[in-house]
Write a protein that binds this ligand. Structure first.
Ligand SMILES: CC(C)(COP(=O)(O)OP(=O)(O)OC[C@H]1O[C@@H](n2cnc3c(N)ncnc32)[C@H](O)[C@@H]1OP(=O)(O)O)[C@@H](O)C(=O)NCCC(=O)NCCS
Length: 178
């Protein structure tokens, strides 16, 4: 029997799928405590932006986007962004030690609670480990209880770092890689 849900890295030509899944994510009822951009901001981006986003997602040395595909539908995603010391992260914070951030985590509602998220994280972790990283970090809004619970189950623990981003108070979580 074939696996009904495929988890893999984005491919270069898939800019429309990357765009449409992001639009679905930022339209989610939880979007205001989940994502740093709004539906309006994403809708304003042109084709060149999405082609470039997909190229980085598919081929980048410092980023990789993983997607879950069920019966041809893109139903989930997680992206890894590698950070070198001395650079700035997606929130403008100076990076003090090399890091791999997980961002843009989303599952379509009908596919939540089905175990897809751990598979996305395993793909992200394997890619990060191949790039010499010893841990994954992510930020989550303090009110996003479901995401926090899902991340705990996936092995992430709060680091104690808290901060305020454009969407409000967030906490940092970390998972060591074997
Ligand atoms: C966050 C998300 C990826 C989690 O994936 P998921 O498949 O829904 O996760 P699960 O259903 O396995 O839920 C994880 C945990 O949350 C718990 N949970 C479910 N609904 C909950 C709720 N409303 N409040 C608190 N916890 C909840 C589950 O019981 C489960 O707990 P357990 O792991 O201890 O058993 C998904 O819900 C999603 O895409 N949400 C919208 C976008 C989002 O918030 N992204 C994260 C941005 S940081």
């Amino acid at each position: 029997m074939t696996d009904p849900v495929e988890v893999r890295r984005v491919r270069l030509h898939e800019w429309r799928e990357v765009r449409d899944l992001r639009l679905e994510a930022v339209s989610d009822p939880a979007a205001s405590i989940a994502f740093l951009t709004t539906r309006e901001e994403e809708l304003a981006r042109d084709e060149a932006f999405w082609r470039q986003r997909a190229a980085g997602a598919a081929l980048g040395d410092t980023s990789a986007q993983f997607v879950a595909i069920a019966d041809g539908d893109w139903v989930g995603t997680a992206t890894v962004l590698l950070r070198e010391r001395g650079t700035r992260d997606h929130l403008g914070r100076e990076v003090e030690a090399p890091r791999a951030d997980i961002v843009g985590v989303f599952l379509a509602a009908a596919h939540r609670g089905t175990g897809i998220l751990p598979r996305l994280f395993e793909s992200a972790a394997a890619w990060a480990a191949d790039h010499g990283v010893d841990a994954l970090t992510l930020d989550v809004h303090v009110d996003n209880a479901r995401a926090q619970a899902a991340y705990r189950t996936a092995g992430f623990v709060p680091t104690g770092v808290t901060f305020t981003s454009a969407i409000g108070p967030e906490l940092e979580m970390r998972r060591a890689l074997p």
